[in-house]
Design a binder for this molecule. Sequence first.
Ligand SMILES: NC(=O)c1ccc[n+]([C@@H]2O[C@H](COP(=O)([O-])OP(=O)(O)OC[C@H]3O[C@@H](n4cnc5c(N)ncnc54)[C@H](O)[C@@H]3O)[C@@H](O)[C@H]2O)c1
Length: 384
Amino acid sequence: MATHRLGIIMHGVTGRMGLNQHLDRSIVAIRRAGGVALPNGDRVMPDPILVGRNAEKVAALARQYGIERSTGDLDAALENPDDTVFFDAATTQMRADLVTRAIAAGKHIYCEKPVADRLDKAIAVAKLAKSRGIRHGVVQDKLFLPGLRKMRMLRDSGFFGRLFAVRGEFGYWVFEGDWGQPAQRPSWNYKKAEGGGIILDMLCHWRYVLDHVFAPVKAVSCIGATHIPSRVDEQGKTYAADVDDAAYATFQLEGGAIAHINCSWCVRVRRDDLVTFQADGTHGSAVAGLTRCWTQHRVNTPRPVWNPDVPQTMNFSDQWEELPENITYDNGFKIQWEDFIRHVVAGTPWKHDLTEAAKGVQLAELGLKSWAERRWFDVPKLEI
Ligand SMILES: NC(=O)c1ccc[n+]([C@@H]2O[C@H](COP(=O)([O-])OP(=O)(O)OC[C@H]3O[C@@H](n4cnc5c(N)ncnc54)[C@H](O)[C@@H]3O)[C@@H](O)[C@H]2O)c1
């Protein structure tokens, strides 16, 4: 059994996602585990080179994680034929250009979502990747969450009967930064000029979640809002937040189900998790958070009585049965990296490509258009 080296150029690894999910919990974890196993028993050991504007910062990160290579020179990194994969987790706005440069340099691509801040750019990138015959992928981490994997298993098992409604609640309070609690998200998220906005950020997630966990999205209606118009940035400077920090979106799905998802960075949490989905069908309902999932079958459905004169006697949460942990679930970002590495090296099947990435941007763009024009939009099939 041989071990193959895979050179990966990693860009944007000083950021929240790049550092925590992709470097620490994925690539470093994979290296510690002795690499990725291929179907023939060989292994692949990722050999990353960390790239960033600040060479000192990426060098320090490399030292911290026992990685030998780092650089401040992206062009030179792209020229090295021994590094065949380019990964990007930097800001959304830069992504399409970076990915285009990397494809032009002949690299395979793996990147965070959204792949672009506009659909035309996302389509151009996907077309370029297809024409160059490289292997490509986008992060679709929510599909690997234990809670949503359980939900999909319920759908596939026929548990719901006819599924007719899905409700999603996503969000938590992001501090404004002006009264002693620093903001816990980067300030570019709240600036239009820097690619911010919750609709662009989250609707690309909901596209693949709805398409693959429930049913394909056919149409969207969305209204956004800027609930907190002024925030304080990383330097302590007050700035105008000029994009949507909340969005209330309704979707029609193939098969007739209606999905409604609220997304907000201005909501205080009183639910099971930071994102929860409830799915209702004729035979049963289910609620999933990030990891756990509960069901209520038609035969276990109680009959509550509406009586405002008496405080509620039922504890509704107790009326649901939790799905058992029959499978060990690894970190979703890591699982997806392992699948992508197998796809690159051994050509194993892979679904999360740049066409899927463009579909996410398409839904976000239609959501923004729906808000601007105050109307529903059908989601046309993407030809790439
Ligand atoms: N999959 C998910 O669940 C998920 C969650 C959050 C964010 N994201 C995506 O990940 C990406 C990064 O988000 P984040 O929250 O980690 O942001 P962040 O601000 O924490 O990190 C941004 C990174 O980009 C780098 N960067 C910024 N400007 C740059 C420039 N001009 N040149 C070179 N590098 C530059 C920063 O140094 C940093 O490494 C976004 O596209 C976002 O949509 C995905």
